[in-house]
Design a protein around this ligand. Sequence first.
Ligand code: ADP
Ligand code: MG
Length: 145
Amino acid sequence: MSTKGPDETHSLGKLVGSLLVPGDVVAITGELGAGKTTFIKGLAEGTGVSDFVSSPSFVIINEYSGKIPFFHVDLYRLNDLSEIEDIAIEEYFERKGIVAIEWAEKLKSLLPGKHIKIDIEATNESERKFIFTEIGIKRLKGKLG
Ligand code: ADP
Ligand code: MG
């Protein structure tokens, strides 16, 4: 599946967000500028968050309230495994909200067994390719057109 422009990525995020249930973890990978934050903004909106703000550079985890809690995790600035372990991300997985993670590949084995993996690739200036892989759950299968 692919999008042309940030608005389409936002809408796709919103659609995916509307299909999630409390406890779901969305692990997103993609280079800088791939559209991870744009997608997550739509995702947050789709789960019922109305006040999403893109993270200030010193915050790793932002929490939003809506119908269900929404946690936006951005691991961009974390590189050492010890720094990543320090944020105790497992505790967020237990909080019955939605956890959406940018640079999720950095979590390696800290990612929960069940999650939705989304890889975003820039195919040109305005086109982004989305690859969805559901690990141990089925939220999206057959529902994204
Ligand atoms: P990331 O969080 O992966 O670094 P952002 O969502 O912050 O990426 O930024 C994506 C950038 O790419 C924005 O400047 C946006 O305008 C641009 N862009 C161009 N086409 C798309 C698209 N199809 N989807 C998302 N972003 C796009
Ligand atoms: Mg980002």
